[in-house]
Design a protein around this ligand. Structure first.
Ligand code: THU
Length: 162
């Protein structure tokens, strides 16, 4: 038996410490959260993407009475970016949430969203910085891979097929 260890790192900023570009994405993510369609959970999530060509794409969670038919904010935004700008890498992804209309602590993406975020990162071969926004603080990960260690990816498919 052997044990593997790995290190991880996250930068924690107060909202006042954010630079101009991050501050803008922070507010855009909350703006998108305000427009979420979440009548069942009332947990409103917004995502704001900064693409490498300077475009900004926002998305929010879209729920449905048949619950699994809904989609998280992150995937709504990422799939739209993939549809609209298929060749443009994503530079930054900011995520924010409102519970009963109030800003939550730093919100973290669900497993399915992490998987989709990772594929977008790998597809373009460019790190996506991830901002987990909260009322007072923002957690910044340097890349999606740091949020999803031991992940399944396209490489697994290739090696399994021999
Ligand atoms: N949700 C997101 O939009 N993103 C996440 O990362 C976590 C959860 C949404 C899905 C659902 O509409 C609501 O939040 C409650 O789970």
């Amino acid at each position: 038996m052997r044990t593997l260890r790995w290190e991880n790192q996250v930068s924690v900023y107060t909202v006042d410490e954010l630079g101009e570009s991050y501050r803008r994405l922070y507010e855009l993510a909350y703006g998108a959260a305000r427009e979420a369609y979440a009548p069942y959970s009332r947990f409103c999530v917004g995502a704001a993407l900064l693409l490498e060509n300077g475009e900004i794409v926002c998305g929010n969670n879209q729920e449905n009475a048949a619950y699994p038919s809904g989609l998280c904010a992150e995937r709504t935004a990422l799939f739209y970016a993939g549809a609209r700008f298929p060749d443009v890498p994503v530079a930054v992804l900011a995520i924010a949430a409102l519970k009963a209309g109030k800003r939550t602590d730093s919100v973290t993406p669900c497993g399915a969203c992490r998987q989709v975020m990772l594929e977008m990162e790998r597809r373009h071969g460019r790190p996506i910085r991830v901002m987990l926004c909260g009322e007072k603080e923002v957690y910044e990960f340097a890349c999606v891979a740091d949020l999803l260690p031991f992940s399944f990816s396209d490489e697994d498919l290739v090696s399994r097929q021999g």
